[in-house]
Design a protein around this ligand. Structure first.
Ligand code: SAM
Length: 222
């Protein structure tokens, strides 16, 4: 059963420039990488370190790629997003569904049925993040976790004001605040530069900065 979220944002902070239905924006598949190779390598390393192979993984706000380490087989990987063609082409997903989270925040998943939730370059488009964080707390098992990763880029017109007005550190603090307010455990904040691969990296070329919030689901919560 969905729980009432603890609100963190003011209504004005949910405003975005393009208020049309998000499903329209994602109607055409985009078979592109949204983040560079340096960012993706750091993300995959984090997943390798934090997610055990026996886990049921939920890749929320996914696309045709999940960035999970290729050599690890998980118990199940469930995908969610806004474009069915992208999700159907994602080789890591055992199953998936399409749902606009700005219209409907209730997830079609059982209580305590997931071990790790991943959100990559997605949180910045949530207009009701409190309700999503509360739902994730419901579907994640005690001692499970949520990993929210992002960089310093976005589809500006689709991001709510709370995101467009802030910088990297504001974004980390904001995601952590929303999670804590719903009962998630103390979040770990990661902010790291990345280095491009190959000659550009040897010359000091930087990749997309890596930012992540990792929060544990407490064993019990009120
Ligand atoms: C920049 S892409 C990132 C996709 C993927 N996580 C990746 O790492 O490449 C943003 C994703 O957020 C999801 N998204 C954006 N707005 C959404 C909404 N209102 N409801 C559900 N998903 C949404 C879409 O699935 C879209 O593919």
């Amino acid at each position: 059963m969905a729980v009432e979220p603890v609100l963190v944002l003011r209504e004005a902070e949910r405003f975005k420039l393009d208020a049309s239905d998000d499903s329209l924006f994602y109607a055409e598949p985009r078979f592109v990488q949204h983040l560079d190779g340096a960012f993706r390598a750091r993300l995959t390393a984090l997943y390798r370190e934090r997610i055990p192979p026996c886990a049921v993984v939920l890749d929320l706000m996914s696309s045709w790629v999940s960035h999970l380490p290729e050599e690890v087989t998980y118990q199940a990987v469930i995908g969610h997003g806004l474009n069915g063609e992208e999700l159907a082409a994602n080789p890591r997903l055992d199953r998936h569904w399409v749902q606009n989270l700005n219209s409907d925040q209730q997830l079609p998943l059982d209580d305590a049925s997931v071990d790790a939730v991943l959100i990559v370059a997605g949180w910045q488009y949530l207009q009701r993040p409190e309700a999503i964080a509360a739902e994730l707390l419901r579907v994640v098992r005690p001692r499970g976790q949520v990993i929210v990763a992002f960089s310093n880029r976005m589809f500006f017109q689709k991001a709510p004001q709370v995101w467009t007005d802030g910088g990297d550190r504001d974004h980390l603090a904001y995601v952590a605040k929303v999670l804590l307010a719903q009962g998630w455990g103390q979040p770990e904040l990661i902010a790291e530069p990345t280095r491009l691969a190959g000659p550009m990296g040897w010359l000091g070329g930087q990749g997309n900065p890596f930012l992540a919030v990792v929060a544990p689901r407490p064993p019990f919560h009120l």
